[in-house]
Design a protein around this ligand. Structure first.
Ligand code: ADP
Length: 401
């Protein structure tokens, strides 16, 4: 069974082709700078066990041309002979609002809903929608499934997802917390249950997805009961360029004092804040290097980043009562042993203790980094959102039969 996973953004399309009999990646690639003069297209695949790459530079004016080129590259790589031979296409959609709690087959209703949700995800949903529409045109015989980043968080109770603002804004405008990175949180909880040989339906976990964007979820009995991102992916942890939690009055103050417009403020908290706002850099590797060289602002950014994570671990421990495991994932969570050690330091009272030696080990697979005395297992689990989308796409297609 071959399933293609598509992540279409406003100016890029990432894709991955899976053999779902073995969960192996057959090919992966991306098309960037769609709509600009020189677009860049790439595919990586295995030819008799050897990794091969094809790259093309051309003008790709829209998603239609992008998906045509992707199809040409997939066929050239020999991994498929025609897009219509695929068993399914899974589309990543960031914002599914309150309408979608599960992955679904694309219908006119589903496409209309994704369009209706554009105001809640203006940077993401238009690109997703363009990708879905072109994909249906090009592969009309292939079942197309959408997998929502928000779906895993749809089990949050109302007291966790509501903002304490007048209730009519929830009723009229659906302003509430939705959460994001759901596909990744779901994937690592499932992996942890398998690894710990526990029934997922009894597993309590705190999952930390730490990449450029970062979020943390509280999982009770395998289901999400709280998460740090909100109406948009701005709330919660400190991120590369996003402030995370902030007193909204800071923004009123800036507007009144410096005359900042809504757009200025939006840019400030989304693009110029977080790690970058504190130390001028948003790449954790560079920040670590600067801190090692004695850069005080870089060290401050690290301290603030870790402190915010620690606060969430504490509050989600209170939410859950019993925590079986804490899971780190994402570019930072999987690779940065200092972040893991420092965000979990002095948490013995919560039953959390990291073994510093094991924590320093490099591992491409799952690693337990907690000490033998730690009541809570602390795990590093590489995430694989594309595979999770492919798995969910396969499940939806099989349930149709
Ligand atoms: P995205 O949210 O864009 O998918 P990733 O999950 O790839 O992001 O994470 C990107 C972040 O991971 C960057 O801050 C990068 O510096 C950090 N990162 C990647 N590798 C390492 C590493 N070896 N050590 C520390 N941080 C790393």
């Amino acid at each position: 069974m071959k399933i293609l996973v598509l992540n279409a953004g406003s100016s890029s399309v990432k894709y991955q082709l899976f053999n779902m009999d073995t969960n192996a990646v057959l090919a992966s690639g991306m098309i960037e700078q769609i709509g600009e003069n020189e677009s860049n297209a790439k595919i990586k695949y295995f030819d008799h066990g050897v990794e091969s790459v094809i790259e093309r530079k051309s003008t790709i004016k829209d998603h239609k041309m992008a998906l045509k080129l992707m199809s040409t590259l997939l066929i050239e790589s020999g991994t498929i002979s025609d897009l219509n031979d695929l068993d399914g296409i899974g589309h990543r959609v960031v914002q599914g609002g309150a309408s979608f709690r599960e992955p679904v087959i694309v219908t006119d209703y589903v496409a209309d809903e994704i369009e209706r949700l554009i105001p809640l995800a203006p940077l993401h949903n238009p690109g997703h929608l363009a990708g879905i529409q072109v994909s249906i045109e090009q592969s009309p015989n292939v079942p197309q499934v959408v997998v929502f980043d928000t779906a895993f968080h749809s089990t949050m109770p109302k007291h966790a997802y509501l903002y304490a603002i007048p209730y009519k804004f929830y009723e009229d405008l659906k302003i509430r917390r939705y959460g994001f990175h759901g596909t990744s949180h779901r994937f690592i909880v499932k992996e942890a249950a398998k690894y710990l040989q526990k029934d997922i339906n009894t597993l309590n976990a705190i999952t930390l997805h730490l990449g450029n964007g970062a979020s943390v979820s509280a999982i009770r009995n395998g289901k999400c009961v709280d998460t740090s991102m909100g109406l948009t992916p701005l709330e919660g942890l400190i991120m590369g360029t996003r402030s995370g939690d902030i007193d909204p009055a800071v923004l009123f103050y800036l507007a009144r004092k410096l005359g900042y417009s809504i757009d200025d403020l939006d840019k400030l908290v989304n693009k110029e804040s977080g790690l970058k706002g504190i130390c001028g850099n948003n790449d954790m590797r560079a920040i670590n290097k600067l801190a090692e060289e004695g850069d005080a602002q870089a060290q401050l950014a690290l301290d603030m980043f870790n402190y915010r994570i620690k606060k969430y671990i504490g509050s989600y421990s209170a939410v859950l009562g019993r925590v079986d495991c804490i899971i780190f994932t994402g570019g930072i969570g999987e690779n940065d042993s200092n972040v893991r050690l420092n965000s979990c330091s002095d948490l013995k009272n919560l039953g959390i203790e990291i073994d510093a030696t094991i924590n320093n080990q490099r591992c491409r697979d799952i690693l337990t980094i907690s000490s033998s005395e730690s009541k809570v297992k602390v795990l590093v689990i590489p995430t694989n959102e594309e595979l999770e989308i492919a798995i969910q796409t396969k499940e939806v297609i099989e349930n149709m039969k």
